[in-house]
Ligand binder design. Structure first.
Ligand code: TTP
Ligand code: MG
Length: 412
């Protein structure tokens, strides 16, 4: 049994982000130096470089450099104007990947975020394992690379993500922070700008380890109470700051596109039941419940409808969601058409404390315990292990064979 540390924080930073997206969109750019920046006019532009890919960085080109300077260093590079909408869209896609692993996401910029995956370890493996999964999802789904730092604090995770770019994964185990920090140049310390660096130089501090060996008093006298205390703590790897999520999720749903359009409504209903189970389990795992149930149905030919119903109180169990979802399906359906996609989403989400047990018990006192038992089995053996025979159409017991892996439709 691996012992897990107190916290598992990831810092994820995309590699050469704008340039990497441009390379992805245009394979002809691959291997060439690429500079994304404003006004790339024949070496005379007044704008600056937003970013350069790693091939262009070999010419010394980097963010914030005047574009004219970049041109002087490498006229043969491909110069591209930023396409912000495209980058924002990719950023949302990457965020969707994060959301599969945790709700605690603190975006820092368009290509960078902190994730607190402490509670996710029970389901997805330890911090480094989750980091690997995220990197591999970003690679396969977005065809991009990210670098990740994994540690027990934001400060260490942030430094770690930068040390092995591109496509890096640097893990700093709890208890080994000093070993990691000590040899790093003092400039890596958060908040150490040019003025502070000059003062550190006078204190003969070249590395973070040098600063860590100073008494707190010395740092406070040099930098003032607040900065001095901060440098004292950070240099010793002490950073308790929480990951502050930017928003609470407002809806949670899953949908499934059939490999081939399906005529048999029993198959459609079984799939919808399976999706409902997954959504309900996911809500309970996140201690959430939703008040509005939305059904999505797409027929052959792509015509799509959504139907929703708002209940009197938030729910998060299959027993409460399924009858409504099925009724919405039956009311909306046009039986002569084959079905291409079906999905169910809960919105109007609210956090529920575990003690708020009517949401788990749902009147019967039994449902909550059944739901928890199903969750436990599903976590141990994969969802689909436990099906609820009584809920399936015509009492059928098997899960659908051709159930494509549903994806979470995250978002607001
Ligand atoms: P960064 O993560 O700093 O840089 P990067 O992703 O291009 O490269 P790295 O592999 O070193 O992480 O910034 C993310 C994006 O933000 C970058 O692709 C472009 C944009 N950006 C600017 O527009 N101007 C700037 O000065 C910086 C630093 C970034
Ligand atoms: Mg980046």
């Amino acid at each position: 049994m691996v012992t897990l540390g107190k916290r598992a924080i990831l810092h994820v930073d995309m590699d050469a982000f704008y340039a990497a997206v441009e390379e992805r969109e245009n394979p002809a750019l691959r291997g060439k130096p690429v500079v994304v920046g404003s006004e790339p006019k024949e070496g005379r532009g007044r704008g600056v470089v937003a970013t350069a890919n790693y091939a262009a960085r070999r010419y010394g080109i980097g963010s914030a450099m005047p574009i004219s300077e970049a041109w002087r260093r490498c006229p043969s590079a491909v110069y591209i104007r930023p396409r912000m909408r495209l980058y924002a869209e990719v950023s949302r896609g990457v965020r969707d990947i994060f959301e599969r692993f945790t709700d605690l996401i603190e975006p820092i910029s368009i290509d960078e975020a902190f994730l607190d995956v402490t509670a996710s370890r029970r389901l997805y493996g330890d911090g480094p394992e989750i980091a690997k999964r995220i990197k591999s999802a970003i690679r396969s789904e977005e065809r991009l690379t990210a670098s990740i730092g994994c540690a027990a604090s934001k400060f260490i995770a942030k430094i770690a993500s930068d040390l092995d770019k591109p496509d890096g994964l640097v893990v700093v185990e709890e208890g080994r922070e000093a070993e990691f920090l000590d040899p790093l140049p003092i400039g890596r310390l958060w908040g150490a700008g040019p003025k502070a660096l000059e003062r550190f130089r006078r204190l003969r501090c070249a590395t973070i380890g040098d600063a860590a060996s100073l008494e707190r008093d010395v740092l406070v006298r040099t930098f003032g109470e607040s900065m001095g205390d901060r440098f004292h703590r950070l240099s010793r790897g002490l950073d308790e700051r929480p990951v502050v999520p930017d928003h609470v999720r407002k809806s949670l749903g899953k949908e499934s596109t059939f490999g081939e359009d399906v005529a048999d409504r029993k198959v459609v209903e079984r799939t919808l039941l399976d999706l409902t189970e997954k959504v309900a389990a996911s809500l309970r795992r996140k201690h959430m419940a939703g008040v509005t149930i939305t059904l999505k149905l797409r027929w052959e030919g792509f015509e799509t409808v959504t139907r929703r119903r708002t209940l009197k109180e938030p729910v998060n169990t299959t027993e409460r969601i399924w009858p409504v979802a099925r009724e919405l399906l039956r009311a909306a359906d046009r039986p002569r058409l084959k079905v291409r996609l079906v999905g169910v989403t809960l919105s109007g989400l609210d956090r529920v404390e575990s003690g708020q047990s009517d949401l788990f018990r749902e009147g019967s006192n039994v449902d909550g315990r059944v739901a928890e038992a199903v969750d436990t089995l599903a976590e141990r053996f994969g969802s689909g292990t436990v099906t609820r025979a009584a809920l399936l159409p015509d009492g059928e017991k098997d899960a659908p064979d051709d159930d494509p892996e549903p994806h979470e439709s995250g978002g607001n």
